[in-house]
Design a protein around this ligand. Structure first.
Ligand SMILES: C[S@@+](CC[C@H](N)C(=O)[O-])C[C@H]1O[C@@H](n2cnc3c(N)ncnc32)[C@H](O)[C@@H]1O
Length: 274
């Protein structure tokens, strides 16, 4: 039997979802909806023109293209992802965005073949929640960072998400789908664990900040689409079945003019010692 090329993709196996086209649309929305705020996050983390950047687990490359625009002609972005299908989309994104200073390749965060000490800035966006072995991933990232280089990890934590009305149904849905993702190797409580993980990996000046994203900024429809409903794709069949009644209540409640939701996006940075 052929080995599964996505065996190391933890709880994110694009191509094996029920609705792959919809998931790709969601990734695009997620990369564009709050881009201005995300650019401020990059600036605060120390990203500047001229840097060599690794976007690890870059997926369809939408964010990598934006990073390439920020580092400019004197900088360079390398996007790496395990998923061949997503890397093909990333090549298309590069062509349609007309950015030259970017390369994409297939690669596994657990077996990086990139040269050591070669990146000023490594960006890991919404991948750590899917990883079974974040310690090994961090060890590999540390190796490819230049001394003094920065790792910036962006991820979620289910203790930092809320919705009203039907708050109880929402909590139930978050718990059920979170448990399902855990069974698939993921971890939806990773956000608050990043501080300890980066420190343990030997990075310095580790800091975690929480970027609050509310439905007031992006609209309740997008809040549900980007931050909530897709979660059924990441869960097991059983947890999905269990979560469906709560999901129905949430969908109905989202039509209320008073519907409101928020998610805290965890941003953890750390530097490789000089
Ligand atoms: C939720 S997507 C995020 C993609 C992109 N960073 C973004 O923010 O749009 C998670 C990505 O992690 C990738 N991934 C999961 N495990 C990986 C591994 N072991 N090595 C490399 N990429 C991996 C998946 O293929 C997927 O593209």
């Amino acid at each position: 039997m052929k080995p599964d090329p996505l065996a190391d993709a933890g709880s994110y196996k694009f191509g094996q979802f029920e609705k792959n086209a919809e998931e790709l649309d969601r990734l695009k929305l997620q990369a564009t909806l709050a881009l201005d705020t995300e650019k401020n996050v990059w600036e605060s983390a120390g990203l500047t023109p001229g840097m060599h950047v690794l976007d690890i687990a870059c997926g369809p490359g939408f964010t990598a293209c934006e990073l390439a625009k920020v580092v400019g002609e004197t900088g360079q972005v390398t996007g790496v992802d395990l998923n061949e299908e997503l890397i093909a989309v990333a090549h298309q994104a590069k062509a349609s965005e007309g950015v030259e200073n970017i390369t994409f390749s297939i690669g596994n965060i657990y077996e990086l073949t990139l040269p050591e000490n070669s990146f000023d800035f490594v960006y890991a966006r919404f991948v750590f929640q899917h990883l079974e072995n974040p310690e090994l991933a961090l060890e590999n990232i540390r190796q490819v960072l230049k001394p003094g280089g920065t790792l910036c990890v962006l991820d979620i934590d289910d203790n930092w998400t809320s919705f009203s009305p039907e708050s109880d149904a929402f909590v139930q849905f978050i718990r059920q789908t979170g448990a399902g993702q855990k069974r698939k190797g993921g971890n939806r409580l990773i956000g608050s664990q990043l501080y300890g993980l980066l420190s343990h990996a030997g990075l310095q000046n580790v800091s975690t900040r929480i970027w609050p994203l509310t439905s007031e900024e992006i609209g309740i429809r997008y809040f549900l689409g980007v931050a909530v409903l897709f979660r059924v794709e990441l869960t097991t069949k059983l947890q999905k079945l269990l979560a469906l009644p709560a999901l129905r209540k949430i969908k109905k409640a989202s039509k209320s003019p008073n519907a409101w939701g928020a998610v805290g996006i965890f941003v953890t940075t750390g530097q490789k010692p000089e």
